[in-house]
Design a protein around this ligand. Sequence first.
Ligand code: DAH
Length: 354
Amino acid sequence: MDDLRDKYLGQIRDAADEGALEAVRLAAVGKKGEVALKMRELGRMTPEERQVAGPALNALKDEINSAIAARKAGLEDAALDERLRAEWLDVSLPTRARRQGTIHPVSQVTEEVTAIFADMGFAVAEGPQVEDDWYNFDALNIPGHHPARAEMDTFYMARQPGDNRPPHVLRTHTSPVQIRSMQATGAPTRMICPGRVYRADYDQTHTPMFHQVEGMAIDRDISMANLKWCLEEFCRAFFEVDGIELRFRASHFPFTEPSAEVDIRCSWEGGTLKLGEGDDWMEILGSGMMHPKVLQAGGIDPDEWQGFAFGMGIDRIAMLKYGIPDLRAFFDSDLRWLKHYGFGTLQVPTRHAG
Ligand code: DAH
């Protein structure tokens, strides 16, 4: 019995892998293994002999089995250690040089505008770019014959033959979102809506697609004074230039009464644009008190509520703030331009930094 133990425990210790270990297991404690054969001999023993040999054989079988289990665990650990050593990887190695993407000035400025108006309690709204004629025009007090329709250089969507309804349009401004927003929230309400707008126009300061941000505030006692304060507050926060100067110029829009256009003082001297100095004025937005018919179109009672609204060119204020001379370059996807005028991903909007 001692010989058997020594033999098999030795073989178990020396087994180099799981296959060898399994062979030892079969030879020792398998059905036809040496221990099993010895157990068969028990039948031929005297009861006294059997009383001694039986438990001893069982104990030997247990001992061999647990030695095999221990050796097996040891082999598995060693295999894992070996694998970990072989597959070792330095996770702190630098990655391949990254392609240098940048945030487009339009995205950056949209974020900045949103952050500033959010601080003043304006929610961000959205509307469709393919817009219903009624939302883009009629609801804004621009009826079918109105000259403003022609002035807008509208892109019309194709109509199914036989469909006599007015065609959908690519929205010419973000103002239709005023109507959608009133319908969605009722009064009082405060929202801005940044987004793409479309007009058939192309030169140094016009592209067929450009960006506006609409603003709207409706409450019981809103006045032109609130509008002026809001816009001045915005411009001071946005442009971050001492001595920013705004000019409110009486104007006309079908959807506001009274209406004002706002210009900002600037200089183009030497081809570079400077804000707050010079004798030039650049128009940056249209604004006014919302026309009663517009409030009505949005389902709001003009005898009870008043509101101001404005529409501002995002690309224009981006050009002004960051000194970008040609609007068309915004949409050329020229990598050199994007690298030069683009922003880093971690450059947070103006106000959030403070
Ligand atoms: N929708 C006008 C445009 O695209 C801009 C505008 C002017 C918007 C006056 C307004 C406003 O909300 O009150 O030219």
